[in-house]
Design a binder for this molecule. Structure first.
Ligand code: BTN
Length: 241
């Protein structure tokens, strides 16, 4: 693993995207930053993180053995890698809120933003962005967020976490081609609020109740609705309230 440590940057994902366009990067080139001025979340959201407290990292990988239909599997492998590392630090009640928010009880500890570029030569480059709340303890403005420090009442070494997460990513990306069923089973076992009636919304429509049954083999959320129908929803279609 090649590690580039930055103090401040707009977004580690964008930084890595920029340098990968002009130079050949080794697989598992990693960029970390103490602070992001324009941290990106999913669906165009902003990712805020208190300066120096948390892990902000992006990992470059080229030509993982998935085709473009199976890109969502990278989300699964990455979410599991983060969970597996958190488990070793006794962070309790971990789950994955579909598609890839890392939760402890009802609080979000980490978010993942994976960006892929499809090159004209057929290759696919992937940038895996991970924001993990590590030592931040003040979440006054983010009532649904928490950190490892809050959950475990301890402080943690961010450098150690980077190494452990990258090691786990390597293992899980290998499993994607050798034994994906293992990853799939662990992911489904860890799904946040599986089997519990919850409110959902689809853009501009009134909320409705559904029960999470699982995730389809195309990465869609499978819900049992009140009319006993089973429906699948894509990432951009539905929100859990
Ligand atoms: C989300 O849950 O909305 C995804 C958050 C992803 C944040 C990380 S922090 C490192 C990397 N750089 C970014 O700009 N975003 C990701």
């Amino acid at each position: 693993m090649k590690l580039i440590k930055l103090d401040a940057i707009d977004s580690t994902n964008d930084f890595l995207k920029g340098i990968s366009a002009t130079q050949e990067l080794e697989n598992y080139t990693v960029v970390t930053a103490e602070n992001q001025t324009k941290g990106k979340g999913q669906m165009g959201a902003v990712w805020n993180s208190e300066k120096s407290k948390n892990l902000i990292m992006s990992v470059f990988v080229k030509d993982l053995l998935v085709n473009s239909d199976e890109i969502y599997k990278l989300n699964i492998a990455t979410a599991l890698a983060v969970i597996e590392v958190l488990k070793t630090f006794s962070i309790k009640n971990l789950s994955i809120k579909w598609p890839n928010d890392i939760m402890s009880d009802n609080f979000k500890l980490a978010g993942i933003l994976i960006e892929n570029s499809f090159k004209s030569d057929g290759s696919i480059t992937t940038i895996i962005g991970i924001g993990l709340n590590v030592n931040q303890t003040d979440f006054d403005n983010l009532p649904k967020a928490s950190s490892m420090a809050v959950v475990a009442n301890a402080t943690f070494d961010k450098d150690e976490l980077v190494v452990l997460i990258v090691e786990r990513l390597k293992v899980n990306f290998e499993l994607l081609s050798t034994n994906p069923d293992v990853l799939w089973k662990s992911y489904l076992d860890l799904l946040f609020k599986k089997g519990i009636p919850m409110a959902f919304s689809i853009a501009n429509q009134k909320p409705f109740m559904g029960i999470i049954k699982g995730v389809s083999n195309r990465g869609k959320l499978v819900l049992l609705l009140e009319n006993d129908r089973i429906e699948e929803y894509g990432i951009k279609e539905i929100q859990m309230l």
